[in-house]
Design a binder for this molecule. Structure first.
Ligand code: AMP
Length: 283
């Protein structure tokens, strides 16, 4: 595996692979790898000749009061894990390589980013994500790019950018990888102390409670959400949001008939965590 820090370096490596007729898969990440990241690398490895993983803690998607400085970083460990997955290139640029002086372009997706994490964190978050991912698509020019369903809204935003800008890349959403007690794996789980770590499992339990109410035939959104709310309240967790929305344009639902996204965000101890379940529609 090669570690490359420059845009020109990645372009050169991709050009060589393409000259031999190879396909290119990209996995964008912010590092601090866990089994969720590794599952995306495995999916990319299984389907492409050249696998590029980007490792970039993108400053523009963090707000001034968020955890950019504290965000866990361990490039040496990440490089070892990526190599074990058969990754060909780890693209780990400095911020100035991605945002040189005079950088002035932002990709903003309207509507989809006004709700859930866009509302809770602010518009800057998905603007930062959409802009850096669009840049990565421009730099690597992948055939396929792999994202986690853990960040469900992010997947919808990226799919919309790709559709609206006619970008020639296929987007794959990979299943959420969880700890044995159901907590979705996240680089931010390292912020949890023992008590918070135990309470954090209530997020998935709450989503499961709502999913089983839905499975039993409940179609009223408030009733479904209410089942999740009770589990969170029992664990002493007050969510930033807990909402049931359509799984395409994220419009709010009163009644669930098609596929629905039940999404939650909550501060648990020192970490802000997100999780979601897709409730499969009967239509
Ligand atoms: P991050 O480094 O947190 O930006 O995540 C990089 C990619 O890994 C994103 O597409 C995430 O959605 C995905 N990811 C993060 N956690 C998980 C998880 N528990 N299961 C599956 N994918 C994940």
């Amino acid at each position: 595996m090669k570690i490359i820090r420059t845009v020109d370096g990645v372009r050169e490596a991709v050009r060589e692979a393409r000259a031999q007729g190879g396909t290119v898969g990209l996995v964008p990440t912010m590092g601090a790898f866990h089994a969720g990241h590794l599952s995306l690398m495995q999916a990319a490895r299984a389907a492409n000749d050249l696998v590029v993983v980007s490792l970039f803690v993108n400053p523009t998607q963090f707000g001034p009061t968020e955890d950019l400085d504290a965000y866990p970083r361990d490039e040496a460990r990440d490089a070892e894990l990526a190599e074990q997955q058969g990754v060909d290139i780890l693209f780990a640029p400095e911020a100035a390589e991605i945002y040189p002086d005079g950088f002035a372009t932002t990709i903003h997706v309207s509507g989809l980013t006004d709700v859930l994490d866009g509302a809770a964190r602010g518009a800057f978050h998905f603007d930062g994500v959409a802009t850096v991912v669009t840049k990565l698509f421009g730099i690597v020019a992948p055939d396929d790019a792999y994202f986690g369903q853990k960040d469900a809204q992010q997947v919808l935003v990226i799919r919309r950018v790709v559709r609206d800008l006619n970008l020639p890349v296929r987007i794959h959403a990979c299943p959420i990888v969880r700890e044995p007690d159901g907590l979705a794996m996240s680089s931010r789980n390292v912020y949890l102390d023992a008590d918070a770590r135990q309470r954090a499992a209530a997020l998935n339990r709450a989503l499961e409670a709502a999913a089983s109410v839905h499975e039993a035939g409940e179609r009223n959104a408030a009733a479904i959400v209410g089942a999740a709310e009770r589990v969170l309240a029992d664990a002493g967790i007050l969510p930033d949001y807990l909402e049931l929305r359509s799984n395409d344009d994220l419009h709010p639902l009163e009644t669930v008939d098609g596929d629905a996204l039940l999404a939650v965000a909550a501060r648990v101890g020192a970490a802000r965590l997100i999780d979601n379940h897709v409730l499969k529609g009967t239509r």
